[in-house]
Design a binder for this molecule. Structure first.
Ligand code: FES
Length: 610
């Protein structure tokens, strides 16, 4: 598909994970390109190639070969394999760049918090003191039998784990002078410790395709000990799920690589939250991971190729408990990670976690739940029935395919108001100069342009308006911010508007089909719950004005932030909520939108400008 924002002779430099693109027509170093795009790369030496701070990775595209200075940094281990110095790398054609978090001066905004309600903390993990009688010549009892007879009803899983445990247990029993502690998951003994553990912690993680949100929790009290959000490093191999599935499809080594980098990232984030909470990773005794189905399969190293094409079959639709040792995750040896059930090929356990934390299935109310992303998951509950679907809304709301689009990071315009004369007033994340516009800002612009009559009912910019002009390729543009000495010009083009209308059309048609399927009318809906970072910042009135959401009273619409992370915490902290989640997974019906009668008609109506 031709790139919608490139004109003849120009090329694009796309920076991930911030998601901003720079269009150039002359060769340029990546450090200069980042500066022009308003991205602050670390550059202690000012671009002389001597500090080694401006490391980036070229994911796609060509550049000059590594310079002498880069080779030296590579040999010295300052640059990792595959990394380049932005100041030493010149590009002249389309490239995609990944910026490691350590090379950025300012960090991307990664929402981690969501609302959750846990009535009763009831972790399945508990610690029991055990006293054993030492073996003697008259009673030379085996250590394992001795242990199990002291704890009737308890057992070790009789697989590879028992062998690993038995390699350390004899020393622990003797060093503990036959008074030890068993860490158990219900009746299963996970590990034997010589002393009572100072802390019993758990880790809840929402593995999103863009970000990984990680919560270190105290299992007995449910208190949050540390929170950390990091970009998903897989973004270097494709911005959306389909691109990563295609990358994995090419060969087994690439599929394995997607698995190993996610495990590495999890271990890094574990180190980081443990450092913040001043504990060792071995204090983590339980884990709950949620994510979309592709992330789930990559994480568990399951074949992902069947997710990539119709009928998009997932490998498993039930919750799994996997020993962390088998996955290579840090934590208390013997611990297991709980993976709630995915719902369908493109509706993952993150959706289940969202619905669990948002009260779906708790009563008979009619409610609508939406998690907006590159893939938007939508659910409607009516009485006992809950039906979910996934719609390919594309990355426009994350700033991709938009001339000045970017993710919600410092420098992004997040809110826009347009006065009756057509002048824009903008709010920029972190204040200061605007370098681009993120999803909530783009949605504001379109709704405000419509309200001011600058955009007509067919979604066309009014060429007669004083703030509308044309660019070099004769495309109509609205000038959001005019250029000045310390501010680059930021415009919204007709193509940008078309991209947003397509994205909102995908979401609105998904909602309309689910409502049609369950015979739900606008007035039946008691509440609309919007999850995800974008949902937290969007103006619901504007979402209604552009026809993305049904026309409902605003008090019925609420944003719940990282609801998937909240659901993961709930399932980490309570056995009852794990069971409730498992029940909910069985209750959710999945509807494949493309097979719905009159799908094209619903989509055409969805794109319409309200
Ligand atoms: S800015 Fe110092 S090495 Fe590139």
């Amino acid at each position: 598909m031709p790139d919608p924002i490139l004109s003849e002779g120009s090329f694009s430099i796309e920076f991930q994970p911030v998601g901003i693109r720079l269009i150039c027509s002359e060769p340029i170093t990546l450090l200069d390109a980042a500066r022009q795009a308003g991205i602050q790369l670390q550059n202690v030496c000012g671009g002389k190639g001597i500090c080694g701070k401006c490391a980036i990775q070229i994911i796609e595209g060509e550049s000059n070969p590594p310079t002498r200075s880069e080779t030296t940094f590579l040999k010295g281990g300052i640059l990792k394999e595959g990394e380049r110095l932005a100041c030493e790398t010149t590009v002249h054609d389309n490239v995609k760049i990944f910026i490691p978090p350590t090379s950025l001066e300012s960090k991307q905004r990664l929402q981690t918090e969501g609302r959750h309600d846990i009535q009763e903390i009831q972790s399945p993990i508990h610690c029991e003191p055990i006293h054993l009688n030492p073996p003697s010549l008259t009673h030379p009892i085996a250590d394992l039998r001795n242990l199990l007879s002291a704890q009737p009803g308890m057992y070790f899983e009789n697989d590879e784990r028992i062998r690993t445990a038995l390699q350390t247990i004899p020393a622990v029993l003797r060093n503990g002078n036959w008074d030890v502690y068993a860490v158990c998951n219900q009746n299963e003994i996970l590990n034997i410790l010589p002393e009572k553990p100072a802390a019993m912690l758990g880790l809840a993680v929402d593995v999103g395709s863009t970000k990984i949100a990680c919560f270190l929790m105290d299992l007995p009290t449910g208190k949050t000990m540390a929170v950390k959000g990091i970009p998903n490093p897989q973004i270097a191999y494709g911005e959306d799920i389909m691109a990563r599935l295609e990358y994995a499809l090419q060969n087994d080594a690439q599929a394995a690589h997607l698995h190993s980098i996610i495990i590495e990232a999890i271990n890094e984030v574990i180190n980081s939250v443990c450092h913040e909470a001043k504990v060792k990773p071995q204090a983590i005794m339980d884990f709950c991971f949620v994510g979309n189905t592709a992330m789930h399969h990559f994480f568990l190293d399951l074949p992902s190729k069947y997710l990539a094409s119709a009928p998009f079959t997932m490998m498993v639709d039930q919750a799994l408990n996997i020993p962390i040792d088998a996955l290579g995750i840090q934590g208390m040896p013997g611990s297991k990670a709980y993976f709630p059930a995915p719902i369908a090929g493109f509706v993952g356990s993150d959706h289940l976690a969202f619905l669990l934390s948002s009260g779906f299935g708790d009563d008979q109310h009619t409610r609508l739940g939406i998690d907006i992303g590159t893939n938007t998951e939508i659910a409607i509950q009516k009485g006992d029935r809950i039906v979910s679907c996934s719609t390919a809304s594309g990355p426009a709301f994350e700033g991709a395919h938009i001339r000045f689009g970017m993710r919600a990071a410092p420098g992004a315009i997040e809110h826009v108001r347009i006065d009756p004369e057509g002048n824009a007033n903008v709010d920029v994340i972190g204040g200061g100069e605007a370098i681009g516009i993120c999803g909530s800002g783009i949605l504001d612009v379109i709704a405000e342009l419509k309200q001011r009559g600058i955009l007509n009912q067919r979604g066309r910019l009014d060429r007669e308006h004083a703030h509308v002009s044309t660019d070099d390729s004769n495309m109509r543009i609205y000038t959001l911010i005019p250029p000045s000495a310390n501010q680059r010009e930021i415009t919204i083009s007709q193509k940008d508007i078309d991209q947003i209308l397509l994205a909102k059309g995908a979401i609105r048609s998904g909602i309309a089909i689910l409502m049609d399927y369950l015979k739900v009318k606008d007035e039946d809906i008691a509440e609309v719950i919007i999850a995800g970072a974008f949902g937290s910042y969007l103006n619901p009135q504007h979402a209604i004005q552009i026809g993305m959401l049904p026309d409902l009273p605003l008090h019925k619409i609420s944003a719940v932030g990282n609801a998937a992370g909240a659901g993961a915490k709930m399932m980490l902290l309570s056995s009852a909520l794990r069971q409730k989640g498992e029940q909910l997974a069985k209750q959710i019906e999945h509807l494949e939108l493309n097979t719905y009668p009159d799908f094209d008609m619903f989509f055409a109506n969805g794109i319409r400008f309200s």
